[in-house]
Design a binder for this molecule. Structure first.
Ligand code: ATP
Ligand code: MG
Length: 564
């Protein structure tokens, strides 16, 4: 490929909205261009990377015995209505009507459609198990599309679904996907962690996420270096310390006129945040709850929603807070409150803490759960934190940020029951088929690879995903000797099956080198003044130094690396 012909609009500066390395570099290297929030086009170099990423996934899926098929992105409403997700997806789903006013959506994920396909195509229990997959475009009207292709409204997903007729069968299908995912992400050169994940409203018996460790990750992972426990904080179990057995002191209402923030109130009492209990009023699908955690803790809304058996919870509107507490926002407390109280386990072990008084500018001190209020639900509803106790071995938990690139999930019979995917067993009895689902976000993988493989000059592609494997740069294209040696090297590499670029542009060498460093081509062969002696410079993008060698050796060295 000639660089002079390649559509590669490299930029000196990325647009201001690009906050993270992968977004900045994908824009600057001319891999993508933006059309709307969370909607991108892939330019030639970007598409090659995407296709390489896809190829790795496809190869590992096929090796694991999964069969590829392809479903439409335009889907009739009926299947999603049967499973209840037509409503549950809410605004995340792109909906449209056809000319006859029939409801359709652009598929956000395809559990229902695969289930329906198996209903239509498999008739005997003897045919199971199956693992089916597709690499296909998904649509989700995300609340906050951001970070370039990390979270978009249109994205490519590899989604696989397994269909078994026994729990053991599901375990095997799941294990095959687990192993395939490990090989896939290893080949992408990613440093990742496999963590226990929330199964939430989907039910199911087990689920794990593949998390690429990165400061820009939107998920928080709790892990233990001693016993290797690791979980998404949505799932990580919080262990509460010893109960405080101090004597219960008399409750006392205190006016706290000028103190607004928890720090100000703490300073007023001469106490710390952990001596308080925070009361947050939540709306769980129309019902209000008062939710209690220790003053220095954070409520985990996923845990909370699961315990309340709803899909989502949100902080209540200020007007609702005022109505239930009879006070301005900021003074809620559990004592005398008329709505149900949900208390974190830890709160129940505390003594003599401070809470809001349900009265503007007032707090109550020396509150004790066993004496002063009744919690309807007591459970683990807080975020685990650095330094907390590991729920498995008792040592210390650490936390890190992760980018979720893949998710595997033992679904069970949720969709087979909802849609009627049954098999008739040997005894003539009908049973629901047992399912698993397995997703990889392909565009997000590309962004994650860049997050972990870049430097101040640009991207450093792992060989398997690089858009081109080598670039040959004649320093002066007007010099016949240089150009012809560069062309010879390029041809030899091409003939050996290497995807190679020759930089035939009449530009200063510095400009050319900058572009290839930014784009991240793994091997660069520079043909300069020593071309007359048959000597070239061989340099790897990942290394600082170059080596002088004969053109033949450069080709050989490149081939041994690329064809490995
Ligand atoms: P997230 O919590 O990040 O929204 P999710 O739990 O909704 O992800 P799944 O429904 O499990 O994701 O989808 C499978 C995979 O698809 C995810 O692991 C992720 O890699 C990818 N993915 C999900 N949403 C997006 C998106 N908006 N843009 C790009 N990739 C996505
Ligand atoms: Mg999502």
């Amino acid at each position: 490929m000639k660089a002079s012909k390649l559509l590669m609009p490299t930029l000196r500066e990325a647009p201001a909205e690009a906050e993270i390395a992968s977004h900045v570099l994908m824009m600057r290297a001319g891999l993508i261009s933006k059309l709307a929030a969370g909607v991108y086009s892939y330019l030639p170099l970007g598409l090659r990377v995407l296709q390489n990423t896809e190829r790795i996934i496809r190869e590992e899926m096929n090796k694991a015995g999964a069969q590829e098929l392809l479903m439409s992105a335009l889907l009739p409403a009926e299947c999603y209505q049967k499973s209840g997700r037509w409503d549950r997806f809410g605004d995340d789903m792109f909906r449209l009507k056809d000319r006859n006013s029939r409801d359709f959506c652009l598929g956000p994920t395809h559990e229902e459609i695969f289930t329906q396909t198996v209903i239509d195509s498999v008739h005997s229990y003897k045919d199971y198990p199956y693992t089916l997959y597709q690499i296909q475009t998904k649509y989700r009207d995300e609340r906050r599309p951001r970070f370039g292709v990390m979270r978009t409204r249109e994205f490519l997903m590899k989604d696989a679904y397994s269909f078994d007729i026994s729990r053991e069968g599901l375990d095997e299908s799941y294990k095959a996907m687990y192993d395939a995912y490990r090989k896939t992400f290893d080949r992408m050169g990613l440093n990742y962690m496999i963590v226990d994940a929330d199964t939430g409203a989907m039910g199911g018996s087990g689920s794990q996420e593949f998390m690429v460790i990165s400061d820009v990750g939107e998920d928080t992972i709790a892990y233990c270096e001693d016993c290797r426990y690791s979980a998404n904080i949505e799932k990580a179990v919080c262990i509460t310390g010893e109960a405080d057995n101090s004597e219960m002191l008399p409750m006392n209402k205190v006016a706290t006129p000028d103190a607004k923030t928890i720090e100000e109130v703490a300073a007023f009492f001469g106490k710390e945040a952990k001596d308080f209990v925070k009361t947050m009023i939540y709306n769980a699908e129309g019902k209000l709850y008062a939710v209690l955690v220790r003053g220095d803790r954070e409520i985990n809304e996923v845990k909370l929603a699961n315990k309340l058996g709803v899909g989502e919870v949100a902080l209540a509107d200020p007007a609702d807070v005022v109505e239930v507490t009879n006070a301005k926002v900021g003074f809620a407390g559990p004592v005398g409150l008329k709505i149900d109280i949900v208390a974190d386990n830890e709160v129940m072990k505390m003594r003599n803490f401070i809470v809001g008084a349900n009265e503007t500018d007032c707090h109550i001190e020396n509150v004790n759960p066993e004496r002063d209020f009744t919690a309807a639900i007591v459970d683990d509803i807080r975020n685990i934190e650095d330094g907390d106790i590991c729920p498995v071995c008792g040592k210390q938990i650490k936390t890190a940020q992760g980018i979720e690139v893949g998710h595997i999930f033992k679904l069970g019979t949720k969709y087979s029951e909802a849609l009627g995917l049954n098999y008739v067993d040997e005894k003539g009895e009908e049973n629901p088929v047992i399912m698993g689902c397995y997703g990889i976000g392909i565009n997000r993988c590309v962004a994650a690879i860049i997050e972990q493989n870049n430097d101040e000059a640009g991207i450093i592609w792992p060989m398997d995903v690089a858009p081109y494997k080598a670039v040959v740069v004649p320093v002066n294209v007007k010099d016949e000797t240089q150009l012809s040696l560069a062309e010879k090297i390029t041809k030899e590499l091409e003939d050996a099956g290497v995807e190679v670029i020759i930089d035939d542009r009449d530009e200063r060498p510095g400009v050319k080198f900058k572009d290839w460093d930014l784009i991240g081509i793994p091997v660069r062969i520079t043909v300069g003044k020593k071309a007359s002696e048959g000597i070239v410079e061989y340099k790897l993008r990942a290394e600082k130094e170059y080596t002088d060698m004969t053109a033949e050796d450069a080709v050989k060295t490149a081939l041994s690396l690329i064809k490995k």
